[in-house]
Write a protein that binds this ligand. Structure first.
Ligand code: SAH
Length: 339
């Protein structure tokens, strides 16, 4: 658990500071220091009274995590490995892009979904992150520079830790906090039961990225065992989310050679997506040592994309960023942990 006030909604920060001998407006000031100016300690917040800063520092730092490793890729992607006081480690990636720098946040330590091709789930779930711990990732990166876009695509599935994820997003979207626009935020999930309805009820128009990876129930259950749900049901829920807030969603599909990249699978995917307000994002597989899957060669990737396009589906083939920074989900943590 990170210390207050990061786990609290921003609206509760004035009271938190008042209860510690400060003034309510110190809450707003501290939020500015953390989210806008990249401060990582109470001491740096020079417009807070020295006595208050000393008392707060004696009770503990505003951020509990330490950056244990930092890896950089030639393509500009950077990856931080954060360790919390209980020993839990998560990673966050920060990468340049044509539409601004993007921060990728983790929501769980490990992951219980165990997608067959993904490094994050290889060791199962250790625990959920608290809202403050999700925010700490953004703050550690903010201390190193700024970012314009946010994707919740790191370790874990936000749909299984949705309340903490939404609380963190509330703070990141608040003009007095991270100040991000909902239109620059994407939440990626396998769509656990109830999660997409909850996202719709929350009401902020963030983009949903639905991890589908297969055009039929049988293959999806095999590839995404912890997210086993009928494909038609998942897409119907994503359609309902579009109806609720008007943001088109993305369907993510990791291309695995010989597993889900055959022509008839492209045709089946096109039939599923036709007429829906979505965009298909094909992700060439980033090989994880030991998992036994292969990335299709570029010509095969392009052929799959072309079949979808010919069927009238909006599609992109993702360029792989961060490979040299071991940015495929879960890889940096996996290398670092004793296992
Ligand atoms: N748990 C969330 C976030 C996962 S990471 C989710 O499943 O949506 C974001 C995307 O990267 C997901 O679609 C995930 O399946 C995919 N992914 C995971 N491992 C990958 C790998 N080694 N190569 C390419 N994509 C991968």
């Amino acid at each position: 658990m990170s210390p207050a006030p990061l786990d609290l909604p921003l609206a509760a920060w004035p009271d938190w500071f008042a209860a510690r001998g400060g003034r309510p407006f110190h809450g707003r000031s501290a939020a500015r220091w953390l989210f806008r100016r990249g401060a990582r300690s109470w001491e740096e917040m020079s417009d807070l009274p020295a006595g208050l800063r000393r008392r707060l520092a004696a009770a503990g730092p505003p951020l509990t995590s330490v950056v244990e490793r930092e890896a950089a890729a030639g393509d500009g992607a950077r990856k931080l490995l954060l360790r919390f006081p209980d020993g839990a480690a998560v990673e966050c990636v920060w990468m340049p892009g044509s539409r601004g720098r993007t921060l990728c946040l983790s929501t769980q330590v490990g992951c219980p979904i165990r997608c067959r091709f993904c490094a994050s789930g290889a060791d199962g779930l250790e625990r959920n992150l608290a809202a403050g711990e999700i925010l700490e990732q953004a703050l550690q990166v903010r201390a190193r520079g700024s970012f314009e876009r946010l994707v919740v695509m790191g370790m874990g599935d936000p749909g299984l830790n949705l309340e903490a994820t939404l609380a963190a997003l509330d703070t990141l979207l608040d003009p007095a906090g991270g100040g991000l626009s909902a239109r620059r935020v994407t939440v990626s999930t396998v769509g656990p039961r109830g999660a997409l309805e909850r996202l719709a009820a929350w009401g902020r128009p963030v983009t949903l990225a639905l991890s589908l990876h297969a055009p039929d129930d049988e293959l999806r259950a095999e590839l995404v065992p912890g997210g086993r749900r009928p494909v038609a049901e998942l897409l119907a829920e994503a359609d309902a989310l579009f109806a609720a807030h008007g943001r088109e969603y993305t369907v993510e599909y990791v291309l695995l050679a010989g597993v889900n990249d055959r022509p008839e699978q492209a045709e089946a995917l096109a039939r599923l997506l036709r007429g829906r307000r979505c965009h298909a994002n094909l992700i060439p597989y980033n090989p994880v040592p030991g998992l036994g899957y292969r990335r299709p060669v570029p010509a095969e990737q392009r052929a799959f994309a072309a079949r979808l396009r010919r069927a009238g589906i909006s599609v992109t083939l993702r360029r792989s960023l961060g490979r040299a920074a071991e940015a495929a989900c879960g890889q940096l943590r996996r290398r670092t942990l004793p296992c």
